[in-house]
Design a protein around this ligand. Structure first.
Ligand code: ADP
Length: 461
């Protein structure tokens, strides 16, 4: 299976989104912990400042340490695990007092900054969190600065560890999620694989096989149903094609064997000229039938090839009917039929003129073929709103209602025995239907047995 299969793609998209979300989450965790640690330290620094302030007294702009004992206690800070470094500095930067844990080192001071500030600093190589604030007399004059520092080492270790854990877990979580999502995606699309396997198995030979419908009525169920109904339609087409080929070869073989048989009979012994003429005429009529059939088959193949595009132009439908009538006049006369044409002087339609003539000729010649002797064939052309309707009616044998839907099928003839005297192979209306479809022309047929048949051709212009 290809590297970037649907399954991998789903897992990949999922992981791309998850990677972003997890990164946001990890950053959030990191910054919340960082903020908490610093807030905690700064609160401690504030509490310390408050305590020192309470032990400081300002007298005549001089700082007096009111509670030396407490200060002394503070000086024991050096033995604490987390010592607090305290330093009081005058405005010139000279140290007035500092906690003994500072020994000979001093906390750095920025005399330019008057407000209270918190910042990270380094004290003899170790990180500290430092607070600097000015000491004011009641008049608001700066008398000195108080600097307090707390060791940062432990907090930094906590933050560093957290960072390490997050950085290591990030790819591990993503890799794990990728495989899990790949597994889930694989499971969710496994019914598709079933569809593929069955679909691959179906060939021309076993077109009746269908894909089993999945249990859940989801998208894959719909997909399977769609493929199955596509297979139904395909099978139908293939069966009809097979039937067509069988019918065509049968129809071609029959006259050929009649011709062969007739000629063989003639060659067997000497006959009188009368018999020769009779048999040769039979052969000619079979050849004529075959020639008509071959013409129709070729015509049908041409129109069904999909390579033919109708040349849609405006032309007068009435004069097309008249042209066809002239072509069929002999057939009309032979059966003593009259054509009644009801139409305005000119009725323009937009269609392919030669295709329309083939349609008209086929329907009109059927009307002649299936009319009774001495009858009438009527053609009415009407314009209705946006449509032009052409009705061709005869008063002949008619078609039984249940057979009406089939008459446009290839090689279909109503009651073969009854029609056997009438020339035709059941291809004319199949050609008509194909040409009508190509031009978007609608066809309708109404019929009554022994009452006649009316074909309606509806042009959408
Ligand atoms: P055919 O060449 O046999 O006439 P068509 O495809 O033209 O073939 O017609 C199919 C069948 O429909 C015909 O065999 C005939 O039974 C029936 N049919 C067509 N037109 C008419 C009609 N005007 N009256 C009665 N039957 C008709």
């Amino acid at each position: 299976m290809n590297q970037f299969s649907l399954r991998n793609r789903i897992a990949f998209y999922y992981i791309a989104v998850t990677a972003l979300l997890v990164a946001v989450l990890f950053f959030l965790v990191y910054f919340v912990v960082l903020d908490t640690v610093y807030t905690h330290l700064d609160t401690d620094l504030d509490a310390e400042t408050h305590e020192i302030y309470s032990s400081l007294v300002v007298l005549n702009d001089t700082l007096i340490f009111a509670n030396p004992s407490e200060w002394a206690e503070r000086e024991h800070g050096k033995i604490e695990v987390n010592p607090t470094f305290i330093q009081v500095v005058d405005t010139l930067g000279h140290t007035i007092r500092k906690s003994s844990n500072l020994r000979d080192i001093s906390l750095s001071l920025n005399t330019k900054i008057k407000d209270k500030i918190y910042f990270d600093n380094i004290l003899s190589g170790s990180p500290v969190r430092q607070l600097q604030t000015s000491i004011l007399n009641p008049g608001g004059k700066i008398l000195g600065f108080l600097i307090i520092a707390l060791p940062l080492e432990e907090s930094e270790i906590v933050i560093k560890n957290l960072k390490l854990v997050l950085v290591i877990t990030y790819p591990i979580v993503l890799i794990a999620l990728f495989f899990i999502s790949r597994l889930i995606a694989g499971k969710s699309i496994s019914p598709i694989n079933k569809v593929i396997i069955t679909a691959e198995r179906i060939t021309n030979e076993n077109l009746n096989e269908r894909i089993e419908l999945p249990r859940h009525k989801d998208e894959i169920h719909t997909l399977t149903q769609t493929i199955n109904s596509l297979l139904d339609r395909l099978q139908d087409v293939v069966l009809r094609e097979k039937q067509f080929t069988a019918d065509a070869s049968h129809e071609l073989r029959t006259p050929l064997s009649i011709i062969k048989g007739t000629l063989e009979v003639l060659t067997r012994k000497q006959r009188d000229p009368q018999q020769y003429v009779e048999k040769i005429n039979q052969v000619i009529s079979e050849v004529d039938r075959m020639s008509l059939l071959v013409d129709q088959l070729l015509e049908l193949a041409r129109f069904e090839s999909g390579k033919i595009n109708p040349n849609l132009i405006q032309f007068d439908l009435k004069s097309s009917v008249q042209t066809i009538y002239q072509r069929l006049e002999k057939a009309f006369t032979n059966k003593n039929l009259i054509l009644e044409l009801t139409s305005e002087e000119k009725v323009f339609v937009t269609a392919d003129p030669s295709m329309t003539e083939i349609i008209l000729e086929n329907i009109l010649s059927n009307s002649i073929k299936y009319s009774f002797q001495d009858g009438t064939v009527s053609v009415k052309i009407n314009r209705e709103a946006e449509q032009t309707i052409c009705e061709i009616a005869d008063y002949g044998t008619g078609i039984p209602e249940n057979q009406l839907p089939k008459i446009f099928d290839r090689f279909y003839r109503v009651d073969e025995s009854r029609n056997s005297q009438i020339v035709g192979k059941g291809l004319g209306l199949a050609i008509v239907k194909r040409l009508a479809d190509l031009q978007n022309i609608k066809l309708d047929v109404q019929s009554k047995v022994n009452g006649g048949t009316t074909f309606t051709i509806i042009f959408n212009s």
